[in-house]
Design a protein around this ligand. Sequence first.
Ligand SMILES: [Fe+2]
Ligand SMILES: [Fe+2]
Length: 257
Amino acid sequence: MEKQGYDYLEPIEVVPGVYWIGLYDEKAAFHCNPYLLVDNGEAVIFDPGSVGFYPKVASKIFSIIEPAQVSYIVLHHQDPDLCACTPLLEDVIANKELKIVTHSRAQLLIRYYDIKSEFYPVDRHNYALTLKSGRVLRFMKTPHCHFPASIVTYDEKQKLLFSSDIFGAVSADWRLFAQKGYEEQMKSFHEGYMANKPHLANVMEKLAKLDLEMILPQHGSIIKKELIPACVEFLKDLKCGIDLQASDEELYGWIPS
Ligand SMILES: [Fe+2]
Ligand SMILES: [Fe+2]
């Protein structure tokens, strides 16, 4: 299954050691993007996905690494589209050192997926995680975008932002990498998912200060450096959530048919 030159049945290395391990469905407007980071043989999985995703996502992960190499699964918030397959992954990884990285407020809910591993609550670790190589992953609070204790991950080494739902999009014309005009694809998703303009603008102001090479969202398309400033500016100014209450379409943005 190839589109735009990529074989979506295989993991796609988007920068050295970082892989898109999602599923492409040409009939779907809404895509989920789990990612795998491999650093000196140590692996981190970001937002692995649903139970239905599990067989394909797991086969992609374990075509690259051995289960024991996974040290961390990062869950940026509690939603099932990113968390639900975690217990299945835990069974295969069977690494007593495996930790689930999230915010302690999200941990309260995530434990109901029957997580067995120890949690690594970022708010009790100075919002940082140091891998065995010394590489530092930093976590930033993105309050109410869309969960009260949502976080995103910033990889200092490669200047990557794993942004979870923020910078996500819905589009019948899904592409792995965002094209010019991606702002319009982000619009209805943010209108429907984010709390309101002040919260989203607050997050954008913080993210605009980061030195970024690439944004890797959990939905929509990966955003390369040249398109990042326009996307940040667009979301900084976007009315969303309770700013838009005239109709269900306005309040919720995109509604599945
Ligand atoms: Fe979410
Ligand atoms: Fe999501």
